[in-house]
Design a binder for this molecule. Structure first.
Ligand SMILES: [Fe+2]
Length: 603
């Protein structure tokens, strides 16, 4: 049985499930090059079908994540196309008068304020919705239902399938199924799955219980505010909401109670927890405006620290109360807030849970996978779902694509054929910075070796070069390592022996060997977010690190995604080469070829 999953929320993507096995998944942003893209993932759908050699006739079911998908968000696309200033304008024109001055404004007014920012609205696959609602008075239920039928028609027309094949899965259900079945070394153990996010179809937090072949949502509330608080604090600190929340998290360890105590008190005032239930402070009507007033004059890093501390304390209490009430110590967190890797570290160390898991890309970037698993379990409750055994689910490239690029590269650079891992490891050990484009592309926001920039983790001096000349990254953000699983205990403290192959958890570093991976350690709190690599997951990449270990004694490399700042990670050899041209990278390895920058005097 083939199930095609589609998500048109931000980080839109498509995936294909064959019986219980996920066989392909690609985000639209990798193909259309618009980071964090929101909208119908036409290219991604076509790509997963091409990769798996499946025709649309072969698909048994098509599931679309989310009932509502934000009525005008699919046209305004703020999460991928707005600047921070655009968000502030929206606040001043729409949210502030609506929430604080009780003006009767609807999402249609918001759309009208902002529609001048949209170019080529007629090219939007859902344009039929604009035609059908034109001139009509806004009614949430009616507009919602029109949009859903337009989204369905779009799939039917695109794939030429019958309408009975297409169904929708509730947003929160997608997060819940994804969280549960993405557990590494999945054993189908009873688990409590919590979602925490800005907002789904019905709620911003849920509690569900998963047992062998059953699932039940036990609790939901729209009173959990942390997803929204993170969104608007990201904006208040001058960054892009729904994209740069991780930068606020990365800033937090630079501060302490000294600068953050007043911010902490403010963030603590948003909620109360009684047992497993969350209650919002109803006096706070608008997150952005209230935060602006209360945090004026507070230091930027103190705000980030206070928010992280408040979140950690809040979720710790919630999780411990839930464990007590539902008598289950396997906890899974899903939804946007679960992408906070420091929170997952904190819960694994401090909560009463035996294990706290968050899947990779546990925000909206994985909704389609959850939708497929939910649909399959509804049709065949006893079927075995194989979980997320690999993240190398994307495009692969063939020899002809590589050779075209190599011909171009030979005119400008030195090109070496049949490059060995031994040679690449030697270059790395000499301090060169190398991009690697090889094999199947990783799904999601993390590069796990196949679309990565690699460097010597012992060498602190590579940081400035990667930051300024290659990534133009934010100076406070740390890099991450890939560590051979057999060497993991040398570098990190991992009392519960957690296996983290997708860079979803932070760990404290071992003080004796920290200097050997110092370039991939957070400079302020000395934590690291490793990809733990076993041979069976990526043999070629594993062998490369083995060669590096033979030379240096260190079974680890600094690994960061291969993209320039603000761009999506590269997908194919052409993009890899174009990015190389616009950067100051020393070497680009594509498959078995190495393209060496001639200005690199060392080679
Ligand atoms: Fe979500």
């Amino acid at each position: 049985m083939y199930i095609l999953g589609i998500s048109d929320s931000h980080e839109s993507h498509a995936c294909l499930l064959k019986d219980g096995k996920l066989i392909s998944c690609i985000a639209e942003e990798r193909l259309n090059r618009i980071k964090g893209y929101v909208g119908y993932p036409k290219l991604a759908i076509e790509k997963v079908l091409k990769i798996t050699k499946i025709r649309s006739n072969d698909i048994d079911h098509i599931v679309v994540a989310s009932y509502n998908a934000g009525i005008f968000q699919l046209f305004l696309k703020p999460t991928c196309s707005w600047t921070p200033k655009d968000w502030v304008d929206q606040h001043n024109n729409y949210w502030k008068p609506k929430l604080l001055k009780n003006k009767r404004l609807s999402p249609l007014d918001d759309f009208n304020f902002n529609k001048k920012k949209i170019s080529n609205i007629r090219n939007n696959p859902y344009f039929e919705f604009i035609k059908k609602t034109s001139g009509k008075k806004f009614n949430y239920n009616k507009f919602s239902s029109i949009l859903q039928s337009v989204r369905k028609e779009t799939v039917i027309k695109h794939l030429k399938v019958t309408k009975d094949k297409v169904s929708f899965i509730k947003h929160e259900t997608c997060h819940q199924y994804y969280g549960y079945f993405s557990q590494v070394n999945f054993k189908n153990k009873k688990s409590i799955v919590l979602t925490l996010e800005g907002g789904g179809d019905e709620s911003s937090a849920t509690i569900s219980e998963f047992k062998q072949n059953s699932y039940q949502e036990i609790y939901k509330t729209n009173d959990a505010m942390f997803g929204r608080i993170y969104r608007y604090i990201t904006l208040l600190l001058g960054m892009k909401p729904c994209q740069h929340e991780y930068k606020v998290m990365g800033l937090a360890p630079y501060s302490s109670e000294y600068h953050g105590i007043r911010s902490l008190k403010f963030f603590n005032s948003f909620h109360k927890i009684k047992g497993h239930k969350i209650y919002r402070n109803k006096k706070i009507k608008d997150v952005y405006e209230t935060s602006k007033i209360n945090l004026e004059g507070e230091r930027f890093d103190g705000i980030a620290w206070g928010l992280q501390k408040s979140l950690e304390d809040f979720v710790l209490l919630w999780v411990n109360n839930i464990i007590k009430k539902f008598k289950c110590k396997n906890i899974v967190l899903s939804g946007g807030v679960a992408q906070n890797i420091k929170l997952i570290k904190f819960l694994n160390e401090k909560s009463n849970a035996k294990h706290v898991w968050a899947g990779p890309i546990s925000g909206d970037g994985s909704l389609a996978i959850g939708a497929c698993w939910a649909k399959l379990k509804t049709i065949k409750p006893k079927i075995k779902i194989l979980g997320l055994n690999t993240i190398y689910l994307g495009s692969e490239f063939d020899q002809s694509q590589t050779e075209n690029i190599i011909k171009q590269a030979q005119k400008k650079f030195k090109v070496v054929k049949n490059i060995s891992n031994k040679k690449i490891a030697k270059w790395l050990s000499e301090g060169l910075i190398i991009a690697r484009c090889n094999g199947k592309m990783e799904f999601g926001q993390r590069a796990l070796g196949n679309r990565s920039i690699l460097a010597d983790p012992r060498n602190h001096s590579v940081l400035d070069k990667i930051n300024q000349k290659i990534k133009f990254r934010d100076f406070w953000m740390p890099f991450t390592p890939t560590i051979l699983n057999e060497d993991i205990s040398k570098f990190i403290i991992n009392k519960n022996k957690l296996f983290s192959p997708f860079m979803t958890m932070a760990f404290s570093t071992n003080k004796f060997n920290k200097n050997k991976i110092i370039a991939a350690v957070h400079p302020a709190d000395q934590t690291t977010r490793p990809q733990m690599l076993r041979k069976e997951e990526n043999k070629e990449y594993f062998d490369l690190i083995k060669e590096f270990k033979k030379l240096t004694g260190v079974g680890a490399l600094l690994n960061t995604s291969y993209n320039l700042h603000g761009e999506a990670i590269v997908e194919n050899p052409k993009q890899a080469y174009n990015t190389f041209l616009r950067s100051d990278l020393d070497i680009l390895v594509i498959g078995k070829y190495a393209i060496i920058r001639k200005t690199n005097k060392r080679k």
